[in-house]
Each structure stands twice: as C-alpha cells, then as structure tokens.
Design a protein around this ligand. Structure first.
Ligand code: SER
Length: 566
C-alpha cells in the first residue's frame, strides 16, 4: 500500500462516517502566537472554542484532514531513523459531535481493519491533582478487547495547547510495533496563558497520526527513509552526493523536503522568524560545490500529485533554494577570510555563520591547533537559553522562559535577542533623552520589539539615529550580559532600571550589560542595568544589527518605538 493510498483510505474512512474532508492549511498559521503549523488541530481552534460554527462552514460537526506540519523540537535529532522536521499528519476532528466512545472505536477499526495492523498496546491519562484519570477511555479499550493499557501523566498523555493558550485535554495513544502511531486528544479544557485550566463549553476530539510513521508499519519497513515517501528522494541523493554517510543523507532528505514545502507556502529564507528556520535548514545541507536542486526537483515530482501547489510554484521554489545556497557560499567565503585573520572560532560561528566543523577542518589542514574545549564551553552557554526553554515545554509546543513565551526553541532564540536589544534601547533612550524617559510597557514578537515610554514630544530624526547608533555600538562591543540575584531594595539602589508590572519577588535578578567600574568605565556604570526576569543572550554580539523602524505617539505623553534585529 503506497502512501497515496493510505491518505485516500484515511480520508474516505472518515468521510463515510460523517466527516467533511477539509484541505490542509498552510504551514504559515493564521494564529499569530505560533510560528509554524505543528498540528492538524490548529486550523480548527476557533471551532473547538465555539467561536465559529462547524455546521455553517463544513455542514458537519466532524472533519478530517491530511495536514502539512513542521516541528522544530526535534531538529537536532534529524539524521537518526525516526526524527523529522516536516511531516504529514492524518487527523479526524469533532467539535461537539462525538466523543470518546466513537473516537476510540474509529481509531481501533482503522488501524486493525483498514490498515491490517496489530495494536501492541494503548495508553491513557493517569490523572493528577487537576485532571481526573481517564477511566472511561480505559473501559472503552477493554470493551474492544485491548488489555494492555499503560497509564501516563501530563508529559505523555495530555496535549496542548499550541501557542500561549488554547484548547487541550487528556489523550489516549495507540502503539504499533512499540511505536506511538496515533494520538487521540479529548479537548475538554481551555488553558489560559497562566496555565490554569477552564472547562470548555463543548467537548471536542482532535486526533493526529504521522503519515510517515504509519507508512513504515504498513509497508513493513525499518524506518521512514525506506518508505515510498522518501524512496526516490533518497535514490537521487545517492546519485547526487555519493560520498555522503547515512546520517547526512537523511538530513538532506528531511531538510530539502521541508524547505520545498515551506517555500511553497510563501516562506523565504531570512534572519527572523520562520524565514530563519528555513535558512537554517538550507544552510545545513549546502554543499561547497554541489547544488541540492536535483533533490528538490525530485521532491516536487514525488509530492506534486497530491500537493498541486508544488508544481505550480516549482520555479519559485528552486530559485529560492538556489539563491540561499549561493548566499551561504559567500558567507563561507567571508568567514574564511576572518578565519585567516585568526578570529575566534566561536565568533566565527555566531557572527559570521561559519560552521565550527569547517573551522576544525581548515585548522587541521593548516597545521594549526584550536581550542575545542573553549568553543564547546562558549557554545554550551549560548545553548543554555534554548535548552532551558525546551525543557519547560508543555505538551511539546509552548515554551515559557522568564518573561518570554515562545512556540519553539527557534522562536525563543529570536525573542531573546530582541529582549536584550530592548534593554539596550531603554538604556540608550536614557542616555540620549535624559532620565525623564521612563518605561511604560514593552511587547516582543518574533518580528519586532515594541517599547513604550514617557516622553513629552516626538523624537527628532537625529535623536533616533543617535539611539540606534548607541545600541549598535553596544552590540559591536560584544559586551557580556551579567546576571546577579539580590534583594529588591539593593537592586533599586544600584541604579537598575525597572518597570513595575504589579509584583516583584523579594529577591530579583539584575541584568547588567557593558563596562562597569571594575573594567574602567568612566561613569562607573554599565551601559545597561535592569531588574528583569530574563532570558537574555550571553553577550550582545549575538543580537545582530539593531534597527528602529518606527517612532510614534502611543497616547498622551507616551512615545512608542518599534525596532527589529537582523
Ligand atoms: N494535536 C495532537 C497532536 O498533534 C493530535 O492531533 O499530536
């Protein structure tokens, strides 16, 4: 059974059971709180929460889809037998139509009868202080003859929400050959940004099954790369780059497939937001002298029948990949010059995008030794932010770290750069306009930071430029960002700026950036010092170029600045 037949059978199975077939939504979600579409349920969020009426839009309370999805959470794992960034998700949904009994019976029937697979075991939610154990699902599975039923907690058997808030609930999962293939979510709650749960007015069903994984089982293969979803792509990679090891080939296969689909949905490589993720994918597989275009062409051929947009956008897709490959080769070239000048490998990596592996290779060839340990230590520190974020992931998709929330480690990184830039901006405004400036609010999205402050008049062009320059100078100086924890009163006395949002703990964190008395600063004060929950970059060089894009009035006596980092 090829993957096309699996898709068709899935859609038909649910169509015959009263579901309306809904096309995949774009990889670029309409929900601004998430960077990319990570699940089939995202396009249906308004129906789960009762904002939109499924009868009016679909003529049914139940829908079914094959959703294009992208998850950054596993990006560093790609190359093994199971992890992917882009994948297709088969899902059936109900918005106040059916619930546990039907959802489980459909799952059971589709897997065992339609796909001819054997269910090893299933899992259900074990219950905790807030959400009761799902004994109902357990009983339903037993009535279907399934006896091996595992019970897990929030980490494994509770979904959601995507983004900062949204529908969520306990799940039951189906395992085949020891691998989870199907996640069935019972949306009973709405999670608010403070993580508290409120019961939803109507109960909903949201299921998701990875097509690639299912194909492994149905086609009896060892891994996703052996299924028909990757067969031709893999062959082409072997022809195109015969010297590559297995792991690199899998990375190329995953990343090029993901890139093709991202570009077809309108994403182009850039330094922010989704464009940054796409850039990373393409750069990781850019070969010094061999283009990956033939592989991209094979992806378009293999998937073009089900996803027509790949065919219509073929030229654009290939052009964008080619442009990025060429650009990266230039980066490699200018990095090479810095390398020859003896620039630190970590700076080469963060500032010039020059891969450390390449630095090692070149050093070896030149007979120079490099301090790998030093690089690793700096790199580890650099990564701490995203790792801390990833660990705090809830349900796999929302990250809350200090004062920031993000939907992925990538997004958190971008917002962290903007967050530190906001501190520099605040400091620069004080320096240029004087201490009349006082913060009134700030807001950071993946695209920009927005900063509101008390000031009596419009800023002149000169003032804006001066502020911008001061921030960029602080970035170029690559100041370390220092954190200290101290009692609130002491922090205030130390001259730290602060923005009172209603509560401060007794002990606060103070972030200092730039030279201080002990490093010979003439004023004896660091460039910036603020009470804040973090997170921040470890040194300002990581921020990139800072640009003020707008200065306007926000309300009487309050100015508003928007700025970006590149
Ligand atoms: N939202 C759940 C998931 O993505 C089920 O679709 O796993």
């Amino acid at each position: 059974m090829d993957s096309q037949e699996i898709r068709q059978r899935f859609l038909k199975f649910f169509e015959e059971r009263g579901h309306k077939i809904v096309p995949s939504s774009s990889l670029v979600p309409t929900d601004p709180s998430v960077l990319l579409t990570t699940a089939g349920m995202q396009q249906f969020k308004p129906y789960f929460v009762g904002q939109k009426d499924p009868m009016a839009d679909f003529g049914s309370k139940n829908t079914v889809s094959v959703q294009k999805s992208f998850r950054t959470s596993d990006i560093d794992e790609v190359g093994d037998e199971t992890h992917l960034t882009y994948f297709e998700m088969l899902g059936n949904f109900s918005f106040g139509g059916y619930f546990k009994k039907e959802a489980i019976a459909y799952g059971y029937e589709f897997i065992t009868k339609e796909m001819g697979l054997t269910i090893d075991y299933v899992s259900v939610f074990e219950g905790d202080a807030e959400v009761p154990a799902d004994t109902e699902s357990e009983e339903i599975w037993k009535s279907l003859g399934i006896t091996k039923i595992e019970k897990f907690g929030r980490k494994d058997n509770f979904w959601g929400p995507t983004g900062a808030e949204g529908p969520c609930g306990p799940t039951t999962e189906i395992y085949v050959r020891g691998v989870e293939v199907w996640n069935i979510v019972f949306n009973e709650y709405y999670m608010k940004p403070d993580k508290s749960l409120e019961p939803l007015k109507q109960k909903g069903v949201d299921t998701g099954m990875g097509l690639d994984r299912l194909a492994v089982m149905v086609q009896d293969k060892k891994n996703v790369f052996e299924t028909d979803l990757f067969e031709f792509i893999f062959k082409k990679i072997e022809e195109n780059t015969p010297e590559k090891d297995q792991r690199s080939k899998r990375i190329i296969a995953d990343h090029i497939r993901a890139s093709v689909f991202m570009i077809s949905d309108g994403i182009v490589p850039s330094n922010t937001d989704r464009g940054y993720i796409l850039r990373r994918l393409i750069r990781r597989i850019t070969h010094p002298d061999k283009s990956q275009i033939p592989i991209a062409e094979t992806v378009i051929e293999s998937y073009g029948n089900f996803y027509q947009e790949l065919k219509t956008k073929k030229i654009l897709i290939l052009e964008e990949i080619k442009k990025e490959e060429d650009k990266f080769r230039e980066t490699l070239y200018s990095g090479l010059k810095q390398f020859e000048k003896g620039v630190d490998p970590f700076i080469l990596h963060t500032t010039y995008g020059f891969p450390f592996d390449l630095t090692k290779d070149l050093s070896r060839k030149a007979g120079k030794s490099i301090d790998e340990k030093d690089f690793e230590e700096k790199f580890k520190k650099h990564q701490e932010i995203s790792r801390a974020g990833a660990e705090k992931k809830f349900g796999g998709h929302g990250i809350v770290e200090g004062d920031l929330t993000a939907s992925s480690p990538e997004e958190l990184k971008i917002k962290t750069r903007l967050h530190t830039a906001t501190h520099l901006l605040n400091a620069a405004l004080h320096k240029v306009l004087g201490d009349e400036v006082s913060q009134r609010g700030s807001d950071i999205t993946v695209e920009r930071t927005r900063f509101d402050f008390v000031f009596g008049r419009k800023l002149t062009d000169e003032e804006i430029k001066k502020v911008e320059d001061l921030v960029n100078e602080a970035i170029l100086a690559n100041y370390p960002v220092k954190i200290e924890t101290m009692p609130l009163e002491e922090a205030k006395k130390s001259g730290a700026l602060y923005f009172y949002k209603g509560n401060f703990p007794e002990m606060v964190k103070v972030y200092s950036i730039g030279p201080s008395l002990d490093s010979g600063s003439p004023s004896g004060r660091p460039f910036s010092r603020e009470i804040c929950g973090g997170p921040h970059v470890s040194s300002t060089g990581e921020i990139g170029r800072f640009k003020i894009t707008k200065e306007e009035s926000s309300s009487a006596g309050i100015r508003r600045i928007r700025a970006t980092v590149e």
